[in-house]
Design a protein around this ligand. Structure first.
Ligand code: SER
Length: 317
């Protein structure tokens, strides 16, 4: 029996992670939401839902107590590009919000998963095969909150014994809920436009390599890490994980194999490009492989085939 609270259950990761956890565990898998982002459809019908605003520690504590929650997946965040537009709110959600979650977890003895990101790295970080333990010097508010989140989560583990664990997600590609304001979002948008039969205008320049992952592997990573034997974990917050690395040309040509009429041009967005340029080209995720047997299933080509098939079912003409 596992009782889980997902904070941010209606976002890109939460929508799918909540349903996956409900398939795997028979306890209360509570979809936490904020007003204006209420769960609908399957998410609402397949289990309990409660308002759980990350900026309201009391509200989180009440939900944790009511459902005897033992694990919190803290998915509330503003992604990198939108966080540059709203840095104060990004801090409030990413740092003050995490502090609330960790305090509740300390009081109620919950395990906590909080995604970190390739956004923790910056211009001085080695770009290729970026190591697990290396320079984290981001110059974005998103990156600052993610580095701070890693440090605070490790602090709560060492100081108070809270079971905190995390991965540094790369760009996540999915077809159910859209991402909101990230730098890697082009790699999601490109599939939607291709399947709609539209021309795609790419905001990221050719030759810009970033790590990416298909959502089924991301869900698997989060759940597998939270189920891992703690005795094997040398690291905790947070593990490098990746599944593939490509630039816009590579994904474009891969999609064209299946949709030959698809066309693309570039109109680079300076904000997103500067962020992308400060992130790694490719991560070394050997620590995750060694410490909890991480291994992704999807590569670019198998992801493309599945994305196109799934999107054709959902939005295809
Ligand atoms: N996908 C995120 C972003 O682009 C990175 O973690 O902001």
């Amino acid at each position: 029996m596992k009782n889980v609270l997902i904070i941010g259950s209606t976002g890109q990761i939460g929508t799918e992670l909540t349903l996956e956890l409900r398939k795997r565990y028979d306890g209360n898998i509570v979809a936490g939401y904020i007003p204006g982002a209420e769960p609908k459809g399957d998410l609402l019908e397949s289990g309990p839902a409660e308002e759980a605003d990350i900026t309201d520690a009391k509200q989180i504590a009440e939900v944790v107590s009511k459902y005897k929650i033992d694990t919190i997946y803290n998915l509330a965040a503003l992604l990198s590009a939108v966080a540059e537009v709203k840095p104060q709110l990004a801090w409030k959600v990413g740092m003050d919000g995490l502090f609330n979650v960790l305090e509740v977890a300390r009081q109620y003895q919950c395990a906590v998963f909080t995604p970190s990101s390739i956004g923790v790295f910056g211009n001085n970080t080695p770009k290729d095969k970026t190591p697990q333990d290396t320079i984290r010097n981001p110059r974005t508010m998103y990156g600052v909150t993610k580095v701070g989140g890693e440090l605070l989560s490790d602090y709560y583990h060492i100081r108070f014994g809270v079971d905190t664990r995390s991965v540094r997600f790369p760009g996540l590609i999915s077809y159910i809920a859209p991402p909101g304001g990230g730098t890697t979002d082009y790699a999601v948008d490109i599939y939607y436009e291709a399947v709609r039969g539209n021309h795609f205008t790419c905001p990221i320049a050719a030759g810009t390599f970033m790590d990416m992952m298909y959502m089924p592997d991301a869900l698997h990573a989060a759940i597998q890490l939270m189920e891992a034997d703690p005795a094997r974990l040398v690291h905790r917050n947070a593990f490098n994980v990746t599944a593939m690395s490509f630039d816009p040309e590579i994904i474009y040509h891969n999609i064209k194999r299946y949709i030959p009429s698809f066309t693309m041009e570039y109109k680079v967005d300076p904000l997103r490009q500067a962020i992308a340029d400060s992130w790694p080209n490719s991560l070394d995720d050997s620590c995750a492989r060694e410490e909890w047997d991480w291994s992704p299933v999807y590569d670019l080509d198998t992801m493309t085939q599945d994305m196109i098939a799934k999107l054709q079912g959902r939005i295809g003409k």
